[in-house]
Design a protein around this ligand. Structure first.
Ligand code: MG
Length: 249
């Protein structure tokens, strides 16, 4: 069942999502060659708690950390560690926060130092595909109109969309219905309604779409070792016009 949110509930989700976006902005300033992903995790937890939030991922199905830090061929759910970031890496920073029982969820992928032009393009196209999907999150459309817009944009540029992980509804739970795939034919699935809150999150590979999960039970990597990018916003569908993006500073 898709749970529609009241405007009061959306404000609480917005509070959580704003902390996520602010924390990400703070982390982006810290990312540079020579620092560890564990350091970024500590900063993220401190930031969220200082703002009165609870880290949403820490302890979620036993995930051990606040931040999902996914480097290079890691698609999502990378566990922060003593891995040292190097010039030319890319890193996905996925964070969730809880305020008064409501969740916000968002992700960005950024370069470490200088990356090759094709890697810049992978990140740019992934971010663009998220915005193309968000444009379709309007009353009257169906859910897969979002999915189709994302897939179309990604594949136009020769990249591929990950199938094994999808976006999701969000509210009092981190993952609610509906699932929001980043691929599919348009015009399918539930009609979009005011009060739906969705975490839309394309994961895009430079090579083929296959992924596998490492023995740590969390870290998803591309099967072919190619690089992968991930962007995510939590958005609220409005009575008319484009959705409100809640993961903004
Ligand atoms: Mg998410």
């Amino acid at each position: 069942m898709i749970i529609l949110k009241t405007s009061e509930e959306i404000e609480l989700i917005a509070s959580a999502a704003r902390i996520v976006a602010d924390a990400q902005q703070a982390l982006v300033k810290e990312v540079r060659p020579g620092i560890t992903t564990a350091h970024l995790d500590l900063l993220a937890e401190e930031y969220i708690r200082n703002r009165g939030g609870i880290p949403a991922f820490k302890g979620y199905r036993n995930f051990p950390k606040t931040l999902c830090a996914s480097v290079n061929d890691q698609v999502v759910h990378g566990i922060p560690s003593n891995r040292v970031l190097k010039d030319g890496d890319i890193i996905g920073l996925d964070l969730g926060a809880i305020i008064e029982g409501f969740y916000g969820d968002g992700a960005v992928t950024i370069p470490v130092g200088t990356v090759k032009p094709e890697v810049e393009k992978l990140m740019k196209v992934t971010k663009e595909s998220l915005m193309k999907g968000i444009e379709k999150a309007v009353v009257g459309n169906r859910l897969s109109d979002i999915s189709h817009a994302i897939q179309t944009h990604v594949e136009e540029d020769g990249f591929s969309v990950v199938r094994d992980f999808v976006g999701h509804g969000i509210g009092r739970q981190l993952h609610e219905e509906p699932q929001v795939p980043n691929y599919g034919r348009p015009g399918q699935g539930p009609r979009l309604r005011e009060g739906m809150v969705l975490a839309i999150e394309p994961m895009v590979n430079m090579g083929d779409s296959g992924v596998r999960v490492l023995n740590d039970g969390w870290t998803a990597v591309t099967s072919d070792g190619s690089l992968s990018a991930h962007f995510e916003h939590t958005v609220a569908i409005q009575a008319s016009g484009p959705p409100r993006i809640l993961t903004t500073v």
